[in-house]
Ligand binder design. Structure first.
Ligand SMILES: Cc1cc2nc3c(=O)[nH]c(=O)nc-3n(C[C@H](O)[C@H](O)[C@H](O)COP(=O)(O)OP(=O)(O)OC[C@H]3O[C@@H](n4cnc5c(N)ncnc54)[C@H](O)[C@@H]3O)c2cc1C
Length: 443
């Protein structure tokens, strides 16, 4: 398709270098870029025209949902960006079954606000500005993950514009191979213009932070992980420490909890065993509306980068991984460390049921280093050493918290069997690998 044809068939915004909003439109949260054009579709037909244009022009293509991806796939240099931000409608389409249709460019904040009046929510992530698209297509570890599973576990259908510009509906009964692949295989298979989720009834949650002294990191972390193995699944928790903005090695261990439910005594019974793990310095757990639990995402100042890396941990490796992380945190040269509880409903889905292959993991560990380039460069050797130590004890990588996209990363995200199956689906729906700005599965 030529540029002239694009302008005839595409009803959305076409933003080219020199346009007033080009600077803002050309970047994603964590990456700057210089695309030849940013296309902002308003309809599915626009997305089809944009895909046909990108394929015909032979230019690299970025598909941007919320634009929060760590590797910066949401932009590029010299290519086409399809920014789905205008496809953000949220509608309850089946009130009985709680089925919700959500535009592929919506953010989780928009979803939480739109669903709250219906008494519904979807377990997503912890941040309002993160996109439904990127988070869901590779997982989605949110505040209700142990009770309701990953964000992708609540998906029951999707409208997908494929590489040939066609549009298909994928579900358990229509294009089941594609439906399997988009639940874990990322943006490899097309542009998801809308997701259908089954939302869960939600009233309020008990949520907050319980802080412990840095000196107690090792003991509290171990007790926390042991407790979560048998804790009620309504309880989800993240433990983080070595926060460079709160004292680094001296920073408190912060255990964030979310108890899904509005019963104070049930919440107390679930959270109290965590309070008893050490010396509580601070405890602000209170009842809140679920939408208020999600935080505003930080927009890093210009020049500041965030480098993140993650891994899954199976039960047998938990003690050793926590020991290594505790040592790293106390070293004074540590990245920010966060450990998320998974398990529960995530582990009850059969490993082959979706392309997300890490069902048996008990924990997901992520580290984040932030700063200008020299700070990142100085931190690299330490980061490499830490992740080299962790590697033998990890059971796969979580694509959503990975700044890099090497062959090893892709192999860590998709075990060989999953990759083979994904590659077969890729051959059917994107044989030319048009959708390659992702943790790429080659046809
Ligand atoms: C501040 C912050 C907090 C976070 N918190 C959490 C959390 O609590 N839990 C968690 O699991 N993850 C979390 N993440 C990670 C997050 O899930 C990933 O960064 C995710 O990729 C962001 O999705 P996006 O749509 O915003 O990003 P984008 O950069 O727009 O997209 C990421 C990838 O998905 C593809 N994509 C996006 N939308 C579509 C679509 N509709 N169709 C086809 N392909 C698409 C893109 O092409 C790209 O390859 C967080 C990230 C940040 C920056």
């Amino acid at each position: 398709m030529s540029s002239e044809q694009l302008r005839r068939e595409f009803g959305g915004d076409v933003i080219e270098p020199g346009a007033a909003d080009y600077a803002a439109a050309s970047r994603s949260l964590l990456a700057s870029g210089s695309p030849a054009v940013v296309l902002r579709p308003k309809t599915v037909e626009d997305v089809r025209a944009a895909v046909r244009f990108a394929a015909g022009a032979g230019l690299v293509l970025s598909v941007r949902g919320g634009g929060h991806g760590f590797p910066g796939f949401g932009t590029n240099d010299g290519g086409v960006v399809i920014d789905l931000g205008a496809l953000a409608d949220v509608a309850v389409v089946d009130p009985q079954r709680h089925v919700v249709r959500i535009g592929g460019g919506a953010t989780w904040g928009q979803v939480a606000v739109a669903l709250a009046p219906h008494g519904l929510a979807i377990s997503s992530g912890d941040t309002r500005s993160v996109g439904v698209g990127g988070l869901t297509l590779t997982g989605g570890i949110g505040w209700k993950v142990r009770k309701y599973g990953l964000a992708l576990d609540s998906v029951v259908g999707a409208e997908v514009v494929t590489a040939d510009g066609g549009v298909v509906h994928a579900s358990a009964t229509e294009h089941p191979d594609l439906f399997w692949a988009i639940r874990g295989g990322g943006g490899n298979f097309g542009v998801v213009t809308a997701f259908e989720f089954v939302a869960h009834p939600t009233t309020e949650v008990f949520h907050g932070r319980i802080a412990f002294p840095a000196a107690e990191v090792g003991a509290v972390l171990r007790g926390w992980a042991d407790y979560l193995r048998t804790a009620p699944e309504a309880l989800t928790s993240i433990a983080s420490f070595a926060n460079p903005f709160a004292g680094g090695a001296q920073a408190p261990l912060e255990v964030f909890v979310a108890f899904d439910g509005d019963d104070l005594s049930a919440a107390a019974a679930a959270v109290d065993p965590i309070r008893r793990l050490g010396t509580v310095l601070d405890d602000d757990v209170t009842r809140k509306a679920y939408a208020d639990v999600l935080v505003e995402g930080m927009v890093p100042p210009p020049g500041v980068q965030l480098v993140t890396r993650s891994g899954f941990v199976g039960t047998e490796s938990v003690p050793e991984v926590l020991r290594i992380l505790t040592e790293a945190g106390a070293s004074g040269r540590s990245p920010y460390i966060a450990v998320r509880s998974v398990g529960g409903a995530v582990a009850r889905v059969a490993p082959e049921a979706t392309a997300y292959a890490h069902r048996q993991a008990e924990l997901m560990v992520a580290t984040t280093t932030g700063g200008p380039q020299p700070v990142i460069d100085a931190a690299r050797p330490g980061l490499t050493a830490l992740w080299d130590r962790l590697a033998p004890h990890l059971d796969g990588l979580y694509a959503n918290f990975l700044s890099s996209a090497t062959e090893d990363d892709v192999a860590g995200i998709y075990p060989a069997e999953t990759y083979e199956r994904l590659a077969a689906v890729k051959r059917s729906y994107d044989p030319e690998n048009l959708f390659s700005r992702n943790h790429n599965v080659r046809p």
